[in-house]
Design a protein around this ligand. Structure first.
Ligand code: GTP
Ligand code: SPV
Ligand code: MN
Length: 611
């Protein structure tokens, strides 16, 4: 680039800059010099800004406004058909040492990755606007909160970031010289040169989702979808934050967060749960109990940051400000709270469009519309033989629209945790609920979770894979060190540690039907969990943990489930011993980084299974 162009880029950056923090200005200037945008916009997160960006996108054909009466303030976006989910095989952890990324992550050395990326980012924003998006993860100034900036050339990402984070000037003002903050850069990789026409969903066949934990940076190229583009979410709040947490004594987790109030005693409790992608976090976060005695309120549906508080208990926040939820399967009967939340101000991605300008997806209503425009923009009828909405289609909606939102979401320093659940999608073997024998046993259970794959990740749906702590795609460092960190946190918390449980809503009978009704009826399991925390229920010890004693699980109103309870809770020693062998193999890949406590837990499990 000529000196004159460089000088004008510096001017472009400073012209409308809304900060005088030299570190921020220098970083933005460097990225602008590299990517060469036509214009730079410092985002303030205002309604005006939202209105301007949505109007521009509607005009450009990349957003479809929905009917103002049916779905006010809402839009539909259709992605490129090859850009519909996270791309785990293109996700990299670029730590200095390969061993620090561990065997479950793709690793490239930071310098080598920079050398690969820089030619791609060079000029990648030509013809486009570069948006500077400052955001806070958690309430600004809170004990667990962290700040970041995303530079992006995707207006779709900007709109989503405004919903998903506390975005704007307050966050930027919090980024003071010398303070710790996370730098994230995103380009769809589709420069507009020589008068080229833009497409409705620009992206590139080449994709890189890269993390530099040593310098707290994320560089994402080629995708506009979800966790690939909203860099606050999986990239920062899980992959980078997990490393920050390891270094600083806290935990960044793929967990929902709930508040429960016993309506008789008035006492409240907080619970978090780690389930893999599309395994029911949003559903449980918006639980509507089917049994009396409990009020359930939502705090978070995807990510929780946990940190020991001054009183020695483990405190949690939801660092996000919105939901990026799975649309298919969300309906009045499965998640009425989500349906109410989605009344307006929502961005829908890859769902179907109805003839009257509203949205539809599989499972939204019992009756299927006669005609739709499917997620790819084609005519669709019930006999088209393909889904109208993509299985990983999503809604982005402000958390404050949730009727069940707990005021604890605003809690500056988080809420104390009473219980932690680990779960997955398991057609066989895993009982509905089992309490872990100790913190270390709970860490073993979390570390050995397997789950059937869903549409949230590329690959074969239904295939069983290990997904420890639901963090397989999201842990920014060596998974064995991560387990070690969990073990250390338990030592530190001691008596104050939350109790741990394994749950499985997805066990099937011989005909392939779910045996447990799930959804609102999961309140029956939560009821048992809290009564265990309170020591009200004795439970029955089994080889894999404590399960409800006969009569302890409240089945009033669903008595028909009683006949299946034996199968729902069956623990078959032969299958469990076979799983223990697989666990041994799985653990072996971590070599001497595997904490001895986990080997001890595996041995103890085999003993209890009667080996
Ligand atoms: P991510 O946003 O990808 O992290 O996923 P999530 O864990 O928030 O997933 P979500 O709550 O959106 O659940 C996705 C799917 O799980 C939907 O198809 C639901 O219908 C289904 N699901 C949720 N809870 C239950 C349950 O209790 N039983 C059964 N059978 N299915 C459930
Ligand atoms: C997940 O896959 O766990 C999600 C969706 O929550 S995404 O933000 O795309 O990662
Ligand atoms: Mn998730």
């Amino acid at each position: 680039m000529s000196n004159a162009t460089l000088a004008s880029i510096t001017e472009l950056v400073r012209e409308n800059a809304t900060t005088d923090n030299a570190e921020v200005l220098q970083w933005v200037t460097e990225v602008a010099e590299l990517t060469q945008p036509d214009a730079i916009l410092w985002c303030d997160g205002s309604q005006d800004e939202w209105n301007r960006i949505t109007s521009e996108m509607v005009e450009a054909g990349s957003l479809i406004p929905l009917d103002k009466n049916l779905r006010p303030g809402s839009f539909l976006a259709r992605s490129h058909p090859a850009d519909v989910a996270r791309v785990e095989d293109r996700t990299f952890i670029c730590s200095e040492n390969e061993a620090d990324a561990g065997p479950t992550n793709n690793w490239v050395a930071p310098d080598a990755m920079r050398a690969e990326l820089m030619p791609l980012f060079e000029g990648s924003m030509r013809g486009r606007t570069m948006y500077i998006v400052p955001f806070s993860m958690g309430p600004v100034g809170g004990a667990i909160t962290q700040l970041g900036i995303e530079i992006t050339d995707s207006p779709y990402a900007v709109l989503n970031m405004r919903i998903m984070t506390r975005m704007g000037q307050q966050a930027l003002d919090g980024i003071t010289p010398g303070s710790e903050w996370v730098r994230t850069v995103h380009s769809v990789g589709a420069p507009l040169v020589d008068g080229a026409e833009d497409s409705a969903w620009p992206c590139n066949d080449t994709k890189y989702i890269t993390h530099f934990p040593d310098t707290l940076e994320v560089w994402s190229y080629g995708s506009g979808y979800g966790g690939n583009a909203l860099l606050s979410k999986k990239c920062f709040a899980l992959r980078i934050a997990s490393v920050m947490g390891k270094n600083e004594g806290w935990l960044a987790e793929h967990m929902l967060l709930l508040k429960l109030t016993n309506t008789e005693t008035g006492k409240d409790y907080h619970l978090s749960a780690a389930f893999p992608s599309a395994c029911g976090k949003t559903n449980l976060a918006m639980l509507q109990p089917t049994i009396p005695g409990w009020k359930v309120e939502t705090i978070g549906d995807d990510i929780a940051w946990l940190r020991p508080g001054k009183d020695g208990r483990l405190y949690a926040i939801n660092p996000e400000a919105g939901f990026f939820g799975v649309a298919p399967g969300t309906g009045e009967s499965t998640n009425p709270v989500a349906m109410e939340t989605l009344w307006g101000n929502t961005i829908f991605t890859n769902v179907a469009l109805t003839d009257n300008g509203d949205v539809w997806w599989e499972g939204m209503t019992d009756s299927v519309p006669d005609h739709l425009i499917d997620w790819q923009g084609n005519d669709w009828t019930p006999d088209s033989g393909r889904p109208a909405a993509h299985p990983n289609s999503r809604f982005t909606v402000p958390i404050q629209q949730t009727p069940s939102l707990a005021r604890d979401w605003y809690e500056q320093d988080g809420v104390p945790l009473d219980a932690i659940l680990f779960g997955g999608r398991r057609a066989t073997n895993v009982p509905l609920v089992a309490q872990s024998r100790s913190w270390n046993h709970g860490v073993f259970v979390g570390a050995t979770i397997s789950s059937e794959k869903t549409a949230a990740q590329e690959g074969t749906v239904g295939e069983l894979r290990r997904d420890p702590f639901a963090m397989l795609p999201f842990c920014g460092y060596n998974m064995a060190d991560y387990w070690g960190h969990w073990l250390e946190m338990g030592e530190q918390l001691g008596e104050n540690a939350p109790k741990m449980f394994q749950v499985n809503w997805f066990r099937k009978d011989e005909d392939g039907n779910f045996m447990w009704p799930g959804f609102g009826d999961n309140s029956r399991v939560i009821d048992w969990v809290i009564r265990r925390v309170e020591g009200e229920h004795t439970g029955v010890e089994t080889a894999v943990g404590t399960i409800p004693a006969p009569g302890e699980l409240n089945l009033t109103g669903i008595e028909e489930v009683e006949k299946d309870l034996g199968k729902i809770f069956a623990i078959d020693p032969t299958s469990w011993l076979a799983e223990a062998d697989l666990t041994e193999e799985y653990f072996a890949q971590f070599g001497d980084r595997l904490p001895a406590a986990l080997t001890a837990e595996l041995d103890a499990l085999r003993d209890r299974l009667g080996k």
